[in-house]
Ligand binder design. Structure first.
Ligand SMILES: NC(=O)c1ccc[n+]([C@@H]2O[C@H](COP(=O)([O-])OP(=O)(O)OC[C@H]3O[C@@H](n4cnc5c(N)ncnc54)[C@H](OP(=O)(O)O)[C@@H]3O)[C@@H](O)[C@H]2O)c1
Length: 346
């Protein structure tokens, strides 16, 4: 499914050709090649990596095979773009990264969310101190899965809530806050040992918190919320492909540096009004004209996959072995954090 989306996205990237496809079956490879006008179809990954004209290989196999397939490509001298989660654990990620660095080949985790235009806008807003100092980042992703998680093979294939979905909110927290100093997590594991839903809290040196949740049992908001000392930025769903932000600069009821308006004085003194204010903050803010809201929309071209592909092309043309937007150190630290979270469930 994902390789189909990717092939669609690639059509929107100038100067790139989908030259060859590899599958375990030549019938499937040929079918894919017909569908996306691919010139060469190979019935094994070994044949694909031997194609001298191929510059970079996109890996969209189940995550339990990412390490094996990354190593196969890198050993053959091919640059790699590998789907999330990059590997099954940090040890595997280290193996892949060290081979890529040893061979001086480009390698990147395909965390497509990071390359969408709205993320650049978001970084600029934060750099401009729009919401003050960031204190908390919250994000979630969850879908009520109709087929359910059947067995340990789902876990092995990376279909548990953490590796399949939790990696997006976690990657967002890393994008905004970096590597945490402490992680605490809780999980619901089903009868056959697969993580169905989880929550994790990350703490940072300055006291900032990153709070993530992921679920295969319930539809979550699929949004992100960045809370700063002067306001908030909401990243609208879907978190994996955002294009809209709402910036809210709200009056601080506890801010004693400014003389409060009579309305705010009344709200502050009356516990019922105060409770209602926090419950219906948006409406109060609009009525009192105190809430400064701005919506930022950054539409994207194509289906969104084209931006991560564009980054790969740029890096290859400029001779970079890594992307600064999704660096290998960051990928490794994300994998280590995923390991820490899973370790707490044992
Ligand atoms: N970017 C995103 O938004 C996004 C969303 C969901 C998933 N993903 C990631 O994308 C990757 C692919 O996801 P998917 O749902 O498309 O995976 P999938 O359908 O389970 O597998 C993709 C393909 O991998 C090939 N494959 C190679 N070795 C295999 C093996 N031993 N067993 C089974 N299949 C094997 C199969 O192709 P052949 O039969 O042709 O060999 C299969 O069709 C995963 O890493 C997933 O985490 C990304």
């Amino acid at each position: 499914m994902i390789s189909h989306h990717f092939a669609e996205g690639l059509r929107n990237v100038p100067g790139v050709q989908l030259l060859a496809v590899g599958s375990r079956s030549s019938v499937k490879a040929e079918e894919f090649a017909r569908q996306f006008s691919v010139l060469r179809a190979y019935g094994s990954f070994e044949e694909l990596v031997r194609d001298k004209d191929v510059d970079v290989i996109y890996i969209a196999t189940p995550s339990q095979f990412h390490k094996e397939h990354c190593l196969l490509c890198l050993e053959a001298g091919k640059a790699v773009l590998c789907e999330k989660p990059f590997t099954h654990d940090a040890g595997q990620a280290e193996e892949v990264i060290s081979l890529a660095r040893k061979k001086e080949l480009f390698c990147m985790e395909a965390m497509w969310m990071r390359f969408l235009p709205i993320m650049g806008k978001l970084q600029k807003l934060l750099a401009d101190n729009t919401i003050g100092d960031v204190r908390m980042v919250m994000a979630d992703l969850g879908f009520a899965s109709s087929c359910g998680l059947k067995g340990t093979q789902d876990y092995d294939r990376g279909k548990g809530a953490l590796l399949d979905l939790g990696v997006y909110p976690l990657s967002l927290v890393f994008f905004l806050l970096g590597k945490p100093v402490q992680v605490l997590s809780q999980v619901s594991i089903n009868a056959v040992g697969v993580d169905e839903q989880l929550a994790a809290i990350m703490r940072y040196p300055g006291g900032e918190l990153g709070i993530i949740s992921a679920s295969k049992l319930a539809s979550l908001s699929g949004e992100g919320l960045i809370v700063g000392t002067r306001g908030q930025i909401r990243i609208h769903a879907p978190l994996y492909r955002p294009h809209k932000l709402t910036i809210s600069l709200s009056p601080n009821l506890g801010d004693s540096s400014k003389p409060p308006s009579s309305w705010l004085m009344r709200i502050r003194r009356n516990s019922i009004l105060r409770a209602m204010y926090f419950r219906f903050e948006d409406i109060f803010g609009l009525v009192l004209g105190k809430r400064d809201q701005k919506i930022v929309v950054e539409p994207f071209e194509g289906n969104g996959y084209n931006y991560e592909i564009g980054e790969v092309v740029r890096c290859l043309r400029e001779g970079h072995c890594e992307s600064q937007v999704m660096s290998l150190d960051e990928t490794l630290n994300i994998m280590k954090t995923l390991d820490v979270i899973r370790h707490q469930w044992r």
